[in-house]
Design a protein around this ligand. Structure first.
Ligand code: FAD
Length: 656
């Protein structure tokens, strides 16, 4: 039996970004003793990087906006593959979540008449993004942290201990969700196995409810706007605990990342640049987006530059410019221009605000972008165009959850919210809809996790010591890894990571082909076998190579899900573009792809998780199944014109 520290909590929230903090606040306010654990410093979650804003139909800038319009835009953006109940709840509850933030101290930019200001973004019919310059995520995190501190101060007054009912474990990683084996409720959650990154010390948080709020997967790709934490941990933790992932083929490539200099390639250039009037041009100086308006959006976008420009001043009588099409459309268009030889010197296209706004307005509305380009690329965006190109940004696929309760399918006690959860955004997320998603479903996850935990009435799940031993052995394996060649060094985790990123970028990237994805799966099989021999030197203290060796398991699992699902879906839709199947097929609208762990030897209790690689490299670790979605409720369908529905829904759905 492994000796380690154990603590008991009612709810454990993994992740301290927007989703995790909102979940923790709700759980604590509902009376649950709540622990938050995050692998970065408290405050340095991905959410802090969010720039443009939070989408919510508060109708502060255009009074025609309401939740129904927001719902429609979200469904259109996701090409109707969204879990519609999530899209409904999200559109209905987002305004309350923003106003609530304000009551907790958030300082949003204001309109002239003193309301929370809202800005335009791609795919949103009206100005809808509540924002704080281009640093909205920072304000969101600051406010949620302030709320947490306020709750802790309450506990200090009541119990004499700040951490009596809400404690943050920062710079600690969860490597396994633990489960009670053979319980009458079917392997319910019993806690989390964790380690301190600084010291390498293992510990266990025992809890009947675990909320996964770990964010995305971008670090599996070479060019990404995501930071080091995005290694798909929550996705993998859920798979290993027995929950399915849904629609993992949908990965969002944001159209505008920096392309130069090489050291900053992939860093995000916020969509606010286009929302505030920035235009895209190719090397001929042409505003090429007018050539890329797809049929499904033809009636909603301007046909001429003059009309597009008029829209900024008079949106009620003009159509929006095509630079504000949903992200998948813009990213594909940029890709095509570069491929056709009309790209910028460093392989992107030009994004220009300098000819569209006075310098002082640019500096006021886009201060971070101004500094980012000045400091990283020595480009003054008030005087010259930026060079931009697609970058892996967001994953629409994620843990399959119940729409209302955020509970993970099939694993009692497991919940998921934020980017790690799937379904809400369908095949493509609209900008601004992530921050609102974090708040709406973070709150719901916290609420239902607290209720679930309280409902057990003292019958807490038992901890399985075998799982703790196995988790400890798994985490220590990189220190004793051996090369198959006597005397040779074990595999280097950094080399494996680089090869993985290159594979995903080249073979499962923005434009996909059958043969390349098959090749990717083979390569992933090879990398998986090598990753089991990934070794590190030294000891557990301050050892980033060790952390990466552990993260590789997660990135490989998630990458296989993406490649396998992308190969299966023989159509192009949202964040999944097949060169060999270039059109969106109505028959595919109702089909979700579910990934489950096939190699049960990786799950606890069913084999030796520390043994030799049990998988056939081509067969892999993931089982894929098709699942038909529930029909969209009639009152929600009635929000759309019939002519529009005909473009998306399958024949039998229209008939129904
Ligand atoms: P995060 O905020 O990333 O939090 C994840 C947390 O999980 C972190 O605390 C991390 O340390 C922790 N964690 C991960 N793995 C583990 C583990 N194994 N153990 C313990 N802890 C773990 N969206 C918008 O809506 N509007 C915008 O304007 C916008 N701008 C963006 C700009 C940039 C540059 C980027 C990259 C994204 C932007 N997005 C935007 C997207 C949005 O920021 C993210 O989707 C969102 O913040 C994800 O929040 P989250 O709470 O799910 O995860």
């Amino acid at each position: 039996m492994t000796e380690l520290e154990r603590q008991q909590w009612d709810v454990v929230v993994v992740g301290a970004g927007g989703a995790g903090l909102r979940a923790a606040i709700e759980a604590r306010e509902r009376g649950a003793r709540t622990a938050v654990i995050c692998k970065s410093l408290f405050g340095k979650a991905h959410t802090v990087m969010a720039e443009g804003g939070i989408a919510a139909s508060m109708a502060n800038v255009n009074s025609h906006d309401n939740w129904q319009v927001h719902f429609r835009d979200t469904m259109r953006g996701g090409k109707f593959l969204n879990q519609w109940r999530m899209a409904e709840l999200h559109a209905q509850e987002a305004p309350d979540r923003v106003w609530e933030l304000e009551t907790w101290g958030a300082l949003f930019d204001r309109t002239k008449d003193g309301k929370i200001s809202q800005r335009n973004f791609g795919g949103h019919e009206y100005p809808r993004l509540a924002h704080v310059g281009d640093r909205t995520g920072l304000e969101l995190i600051r406010t949620l942290q302030q709320k947490i501190v306020a709750l802790q101060q309450e506990d200090k007054r009541e119990f004499g201990d700040y951490e009596a009912r809400l404690k943050v474990f920062q710079e600690c990683t969860v490597t396994r969700v633990l489960k009670e084996q053979g319980s009458k409720d079917g392997d319910r959650v019993s806690g989390a196995f964790c380690y301190e990154r600084e010291s390498g010390r293992f510990f266990v948080l025992e809890a009947p409810a675990v909320v996964l709020a770990t964010g995305g997967i971008g670090k599996s790709f070479k060019v990404t706007s995501n930071s080091w934490e995005y290694t798909g941990d929550g996705h993998a933790l859920a798979l290993l605990a027995g929950a399915p992932l849904i629609n993992m083929e949908f990965v969002q490539f944001h159209p505008t990342g920096m392309v130069w200099p090489p050291s900053v390639k992939g860093i995000l250039v916020t969509e606010s640049v286009r929302g505030d009037g920035g235009v895209l041009r190719n090397s001929d100086g042409k505003r090429f987006m007018f050539d890329y308006i797809p049929d499904v959006f033809k009636e909603k976008y301007a046909e001429t530059e003059a009309e597009g420009d008029r829209w900024y001043e008079d949106p009620d009588n003009n159509r929006r410019p095509p630079e504000l099409l949903p992200r998948d459309e813009v990213a594909r268009a940029i890709n095509s221009e570069v491929k056709a030889g009309r790209g910028s010197p460093h392989g992107g296209v030009f994004l220009d605000v300098s000819t569209r706004m006075p310098a002082e307005v640019i500096k006021r509305r886009l201060p971070s972008m101004y500094h980012q380009f000045k400091e990283l690329a020595d480009v003054d965006i008030t005087a010259e165009a930026m060079e931009v190109g697609p970058t892996c940004h967001y994953v629409m696929g994620g843990i399959a959850v119940d729409s209302d309760t955020a509970s993970a399918v099939g694993v009692p006690g497991l919940f998921a919210a934020g980017e790690v959860a799937g379904g809400m955004h369908g095949s493509n997320r609209l900008g601004g809809n992530s921050l609102s998603d974090l708040l709406v479903f973070g709150r719901r996850a916290g609420l239902h996790a607290a209720e679930y935990s309280a409902g057990l009435a003292g019958e807490r799940p038992l901890i399985d010591e075998v799982q703790i031993d196995a988790a400890a052995a798994e985490a220590l394996r990189p220190f004793s890894a051996e090369s198959p060649e006597p005397g040779a060094a074990p595999e280097n985790p950094y080399t494996l990571h680089q090869e993985l990123q290159q594979t995903m970028n080249d073979l499962v990237g923005i434009i996909r082909r059958e043969a390349e994805m098959a090749q990717a799966l083979k390569k992933l099989g090879d990398l998986r076998a090598r990753a089991r021999r990934a070794g590190v030197e030294g000891h557990r203290q301050f050892n980033p190579g060790w952390h990466l060796a552990l993260d590789l398991r997660n990135m490989l699992l998630v990458s296989e899900c993406i490649a396998r699902s992308a190969l299966e879906r023989t159509e192009s839709r949202g964040g999944h573009t097949r060169e060999d199947f270039p059109t969106m097929e109505r028959e595919w609208r109702r089909i979700n792809l579910l990934c489950r762990l096939a190699d049960r030897a990786l799950a606890f209790g069913l084999g030796d998780s520390g043994g030799p690689a049990p998988t056939d490299p081509v067969r892999g670790q993931i089982d894929l199944a098709r699942k038909t979605t529930e029909p969209i409720r009639h009152d929600l369908l009635a929000l759309f014109e019939k002519e529009e529905l005909v473009k998306y829904l399958a024949e039998e759905e229209l008939y129904e």
